[in-house]
Design a protein around this ligand. Sequence first.
Ligand code: NI
Length: 173
Amino acid sequence: MTLRPILIHPDPRLKKIAAPVVRVTTALTRLADDMLETMYDAPGIGLAAPQVGVMARMFVMDCVKDEGEVPCPIVIMNPEILWLSEDLSTYEEGCLSIPEQYGDVERPAAVELQWLGLDGQIHKQRFDGLWATCAQHELDHLNGKLFIDHLKPMRRQMITRKMQKLKREQARP
Ligand code: NI
């Protein structure tokens, strides 16, 4: 397994719509392993393929955060939303592509997804709580949308300017 560099906003690849996975290849299985390792290393609870520069409709997540609890990694390809709850919930979200910036985002509190798994089978599951927020945040990434796109324009611009500054600093020798 290899840690993959995570793209930092602003980057044109983070604004693009990712392409559906046609079939599960060994390259994709390896990518999933790398993405999980990269996510745990960061550390984060979700990571989408476009964040490591691969424009495929795939993301990984594991919202088990407590030390000592059994990890629960999930690899999701070609996700479809089957149902969204009317109930909304607000979480203070962050993103590995927007380090150290956070903002309250309101989303449906529960979501039912259908997706293609690494086993080649179609899976269906309902997610609640942090899992529901994370799944919707990651699905947004596949459509070129970031959590800051849910914030007010002023706040979004402020965060984007901070990230531009961070990237300029990182680019310096
Ligand atoms: Ni993110």
